[in-house]
Design a protein around this ligand. Structure first.
Ligand code: AMP
Ligand code: MG
Length: 527
């Protein structure tokens, strides 16, 4: 099997070299106290083939596009061939799931290969998701189905191009090995196509990596992991006099998490499973499972059927959950600081960062150069009311808002009407018109050139988002042997703020058939 790299890339292994691990290689499900990871070989698959390839992610590794979909890259990215220097491992972590401590979890179907250094000197960790069982797979198979892999692959790249911090996706490889899944958890498992996604991130360390060490009373290990994480991924941190470096670090994690929550609100993203094992210590969006996007503006929306009754992870609750998760991390870090209560000071940092970033974000969405305190708070509160009462598409609404700014533009524009899922009755139409008139007056009073205002808004309000139904259509096409929709989506998501030939095709509101369809409005955790 040949590769076209002038030199076969060699992996670095900072994590595995730095920490003790369980070196047995066994995939017998078990608790692994006192280690940070378990070494594990990916389980080979019969016929790997690259289905999707992210040029942008590949550029981070200086990887040329594969010429042959079944060639060297497919073998490497399916786990069949090992890169020199690789010592594959699964991370040990725990987590709070749906509000309760769940004990040890760990990478049950993600296998880290090690890090690759690019020509700029940046190190990227490569992880195969769906590459077979590990010590943390419990009773599951360590595999992933094509539908969830495609959702993760496309969404990682979509989020990156939207400007939202995220792990990246390099490739999606089909394995040729079917996987048995009970998609609706109703006792009817079926064989589905299997796939492996290669993810990239500076690190995949989660809140749960720290939680498991404290929960197990491994304070020395906790300190080692914190010291490594800070030195490797937060080298710029400098504590003010008298402050513990761990507290300075925790404040930075709090800031990053707050900003991430604001970004999700900006683009209408609902993660769906904000358990602490799915919270990146770097403030990245990680683990794309039953996520979704607001089509209709509904702050109470969650796509995750497992969370349908409680709606713990609904759209509007994400900032509150971000803070709850940070509180669990603070408990985990408490043994490291002389005054654990000081960690609570970071909750104020979170609240302030969130409030400031949220206001700045809404200011950009609305095209305002400054925020006029209470008057603008009220304008925003009333917008929320109008949007909630009218079944409007969030993305189309904000994008159409610029058209309401032309001085002659009295009434609701045709583009704005496209955002309605139902034609509004007279009262709702009057409420909407009244709000738009107030808004127009507010923006025009600033006296800025309208072109500038529109440009500002169009950088904050995406023209195209990766709605769940679009990925479902791509999957339906794949099932018919047609890859074009996948490829077109991958191309469209690279320019989400532009109206152009590729994005226009996917820019409409969600069609009615997708309202209640599994995979479009509802998603289970089965993946
Ligand atoms: P998630 O809800 O996807 O974040 O997964 C929670 C835990 O279950 C993590 O430890 C995963 O690694 C593990 N897990 C999920 N699906 C599988 C699978 N098919 N095989 C093994 N482990 C899995
Ligand atoms: Mg997870």
């Amino acid at each position: 099997m040949k590769n076209r790299h002038s030199n076969t890339p060699t992996m670095e292994q900072r994590f595995v070299t730095h920490f003790p691990g369980d070196e047995s290689g066994s995939t017998l499900p078990r608790q692994t106290p006192e280690v940070f990871y378990s070494l594990v070989k990916p389980t080979p698959v019969p016929s790997p083939q690259i289905l999707l390839w992210s040029e942008d992610a590949a550029a981070l590794l200086d990887w040329p596009r594969p010429l042959d979909r079944k060639g060297w890259e497919a073998q490497v990215l399916a786990g069949n061939l090992e890169l020199p220097g690789s010592r594959p491992y699964a991370l040990r972590y725990g987590g709070h799931q749906f509000g309760h401590w769940a004990g040890q979890l760990g990478d049950g179907r993600a296998i880290a290969l090690g890090e690759l250094k690019n020509s700029q000197g940046a190190l990227w960790e490569l992880q195969l998701k769906g590459a077979g069982p590990t010590a943390y797979s419990r009773r599951a198979d360590g595999r992933a189905v094509l539908r969830s892999s495609l959702r993760e692959f496309l969404c990682s790249e979509a989020m990156f191009h939207l400007g939202v911090p995220t792990t990246r996706a390099l490739s999606l490889v089909t394995t040729g090995e079917p996987v048995l899944r009970d998609m609706f958890y109703d006792g009817h498992p079926e064989l589905e196509a299997g796939a492996i996604t290669t993810r990239l991130a500076p690190s995949f360390i989660r809140f749960g990596n720290f939680e498991i060490l404290t929960a197990s009373g491994e304070v020395e290990n906790l300190k080692r992991l914190a010291d490594y994480t800070i030195a490797t991924h937060f080298p710029e941190l400098l504590p003010p006099p008298g402050e513990s470096l761990y507290l300075t670090w925790f404040k930075e994690i709090s800031r990053r998490t707050a900003r991430l929550m604001v970004e999700w609100l900006r683009v209408g993203f609902v993660h769906g499973v904000m358990n602490t094992d799915n919270m990146s210590i770097l403030g990245l969006t990680i683990d794309y499972g039953p996520y979704g996007w607001l089509d209709v503006y509904d702050p109470g929306f969650t796509p995750n059927t497992t969370d349908a009754s409680q709606k713990r992870y609904r759209f509007s609750q994400q900032p509150g959950i971000g803070l709850w998760n940070l509180a669990r991390l603070a408990e985990a870090l408490a043994p490291l600081v002389p005054d654990p209560e000081a960690l609570e000071g970071a909750f104020e940092v979170y609240r302030e960062t969130f409030a400031d970033s949220y206001q700045a974000m809404m200011r950009h969405k609305l095209g305002l150069s400054s925020w006029k305190g209470e008057a603008d708070d009220i304008l925003l509160r009333d917008l929320d009311q109008v949007l909630r009462s009218t079944e409007m598409d969030m993305t189309l609404f904000y994008r159409a808002l610029t058209l309401e700014l032309s001085p002659s533009g009295a009434g609701i524009s045709a583009a704005m009407r496209e955002a309605f899922y139902f034609l509004p009755n007279e009262k709702l139409e009057a409420d909407m018109s009244a709000w738009l008139a107030r808004y127009r007056e507010r923006v025009l009073a600033e006296g800025r050139p309208i072109d500038k205002v529109k440009a500002m808004m169009n950088q904050a309000n995406p023209y195209f988002i990766l709605r769940n139904y679009l990925v479902q259509e791509a999957l339906d096409a794949l099932a018919r042997g047609d890859e074009t929709v996948c490829q077109e989506l991958l191309s469209a998501l690279r320019t989400p703020y532009e109206s152009n030939a590729v994005t226009q095709k996917f820019s409409g509101r969600r069609p009615e058939w997708a309202r209640q369809k599994p995979g479009c409005s509802d998603l289970s955790c089965s993946s």
